[in-house]
Design a protein around this ligand. Structure first.
Ligand code: ASP
Length: 325
């Protein structure tokens, strides 16, 4: 579909009518005139992911190919301690990776949880989607499936991650310290064709209990996409994002007419308002609507995201909405 037709189609579908729920926008991102494709990723390292996704689209790849290749950039980057190779391990010293991929055209997806021995969990997740009858594989089953699909076993604990773990164990000889972390790579791609795909990849929280799974590989929590509405991905404390089915909630609010910023704001408020919630809890979402508007929001701590429109890419800082001043 040509861009002009695509926009007309979006307008005819009523996209762009804003709900007046009183939810606050983080500052104008939704006003940017749309250019296509639109690619949005969490965190500054999302910039590399966007550039890679863009080049995949330019060479004729699909939205799904673009998100897969896009998030693989961080999985391969040893300097990123929250994703793939370089990711910090659990409290036993084992790197357990979570990833998912979701196709907004078919509402089909694949995911792996607590995967060991493979640096590119998103590739295994895509194989789960395409070559298995299942949505999610975990632990040893996921690793065996990866081997059966032709992936070779790899070292996933980098030297820097091993050193960080040893330091942590010296401070916590009983292995009982708090899990830490905040930097999943999530990406949404809206191709010029109108097709939307999303992916998330994460080593979860550093020093987590073995077997812990966050929101990132769970469809509807860490990611969701529907070509009829848009796509959304999350980062932050997975336990809290999951309790409100975060990404699904953002998309459903958008389906009802909220802008991406409004939908994200309402979802973050629900997380922040949970009875007994600790005030400093960190969570963030980025989303793209099918007409190309995007949104982002955070609670707890500063957040950055990377946005690509057409050929322009920039990294944007977002102030947490619950911080005064
Ligand atoms: N959402 C991830 C998890 O809970 C971590 C993060 O993005 O900070 O596993």
């Amino acid at each position: 579909m040509r861009r002009r037709d695509f926009l007309r189609h979006a307008a005819a579908a009523g996209i762009g009518c804003l709900a007046t729920s009183g939810v606050r926008s983080h500052g104008g991102s939704g006003d940017t005139p749309p250019g296509f494709p639109v690619i949005i990723s969490t965190w500054p390292f999302g910039r590399e992911a966007n550039l890679e996704a863009l080049s995949v689209l330019k060479s004729g790849g699909s939205a799904l190919d673009a998100v897969e290749r896009g998030v693989m950039t961080a999985e391969a980057d040893e300097s990123i301690s929250t994703v793939g190779y370089g990711g910090f391990p659990n409290r036993d010293g084992t790197v357990q990776l979570d990833a998912a991929i979701f196709d907004g055209s078919t509402l089909d997806g694949g995911a792996v949880c607590a995967l060991t021995g493979h640096r590119h969990p998103v590739q295994v997740a895509r194989k789960v989607m395409e070559n298995s009858p299942h949505l999610i594989l975990v632990g040893e089953g996921a690793s065996s499936f990866a081997i059966a699909e032709g992936f070779t076993h790899q070292e996933t604990l980098s030297e820097a991650a091993r050193a960080a773990y040893q330091k942590w164990r010296q401070k916590h000889p009983d292995g009982q310290g708090k899990a830490e972390g905040h930097d999943t790579l999530g990406q949404v791609v809206l191709a010029a064709s109108g097709k939307i795909a999303a992916a998330c990849t994460s080593s979860g929280m550093a020093w987590k209990l073995p077997g812990r799974v966050g929101d990132s590989p769970i469809v509807g929590h860490g990611l969701y996409a529907d070509d009829a509405v848009g796509g959304c991905v999350a980062t932050g404390v997975g336990e809290e994002i999951s309790k409100v089915c975060g990404s699904f909630l953002v998309i459903e609010l958008m389906r009802q007419g909220a802008s991406p910023d409004q939908a994200i704001g309402e979802t973050l408020d629900r997380i922040a308002r949970r009875p007994g919630q600790i005030p400093s809890i960190s969570a963030a979402f980025v989303a793209v609507a099918r007409d190309g508007r995007h949104g982002a929001g955070a609670i707890g701590s500063d957040f950055h995201y990377a946005i690509t429109r057409g050929t322009e890419t920039q990294v944007v800082k977002v102030k947490p909405r619950n911080r005064k001043g």
